[in-house]
Design a binder for this molecule. Structure first.
Ligand code: MN
Length: 269
């Protein structure tokens, strides 16, 4: 049991920290827009059941309503038609072990600052691997774009006359990660795991089509990726166990080494 005891001691000493990769979830949470011929997902609504009042004098609780794919959320393989017949493809049937994996953080903030339609290419992945090592099997690959700094919902969704513009993955990169690297899935700071313009790609939404067709997952609307090292953190991303669920809002946590430039705080006594 020393591994787990060491884990707790390291969290207490500050040698390891828990980084919350989750955006706040509420009525202000931006929701992806689809062309009008498709059904769209509602935003978040929260209604009080009682709050220490006549409806419940000693307690407070709410009813929540939202689409499964709202805010920081998980995409299960069954979300996409390419993954609809795979085994263990739903929120309630994915083995829990598959929610935990090492994080590989690919920082393309500078590229995205110059080009909001930036697509990660296989060359970017292999260049990253030259520096940090090959992406291990069962990793969460997190695309750090800086997009979560866009706190204004209009800038976050970035919809223009020809549709949304935001970074993502080229299809060939999704293929590389899903098939060759056998990752758990990809995580992004944007509203979905495909680029804003991916409705025009072949196939449309090629990251969803490729990842989910290969049984891989997605994490959308992450934040605080700038607090993670390129390698060395572990991500825990467990969706709600929704029966036949295609996805779920979730709390995404990373356990990460404290950055070397931040002095470790002494254990609290
Ligand atoms: Mn989704």
């Amino acid at each position: 049991m020393s591994l787990l005891a060491d884990l707790i001691a390291s969290l207490d000493s500050g040698a390891l920290k828990v980084v919350d990769l989750t955006q706040p979830l509420g009525p202000q949470t931006p929701v992806i827009g689809l062309p009008p011929m498709f059904a769209s997902s509602p935003g978040v609504s929260i209604d009080v059941i009682s709050r220490y009042d006549g409806k419940g004098p000693g307690w407070y609780w709410n009813t929540i309503r939202m689409g499964e794919h709202t805010g920081t959320h998980f995409d299960a393989p069954v979300h996409w038609i390419t993954g609809k017949d795979l085994a263990d493809n739903r929120c309630d049937t994915i083995p829990a072990r598959r929610f935990v994996g090492p994080a590989c953080v690919i920082d393309v903030t500078a590229e995205v600052a110059k080009n909001e339609d930036f697509l990660l290419m296989p060359d970017h992945v292999t260049a990253w691997e030259k520096q940090h090592g090959t992406i291990p099997r069962g990793a969460w690959v997190l695309l750090r774009t800086g997009w979560s700094k866009r706190t204004d919902p209009a800038r976050f969704l970035n919809v223009k006359a020809d549709g949304p513009h935001s970074p993502g993955f080229h299809r060939s990169t999704s293929e590389l990660l899903a098939k060759d690297r056998d990752v758990l899935g990809v995580g992004v700071e944007t509203v979905g795991t495909d680029a804003g313009q991916a409705g025009t790609f072949d196939p449309p939404f090629s990251n969803h089509a490729t990842m989910h067709g290969n049984g891989k997952f997605g994490l959308a609307s992450l934040c605080n990726l700038d607090q993670l090292p390129a390698t060395g953190a572990v991500v825990i991303a467990a969706p709600l166990k929704i029966v036949d669920g295609s996805g779920s809002p979730l709390r995404v946590l990373a356990i990460s080494p404290a950055p070397p430039d931040q002095p470790q705080r002494p254990a609290e006594s």
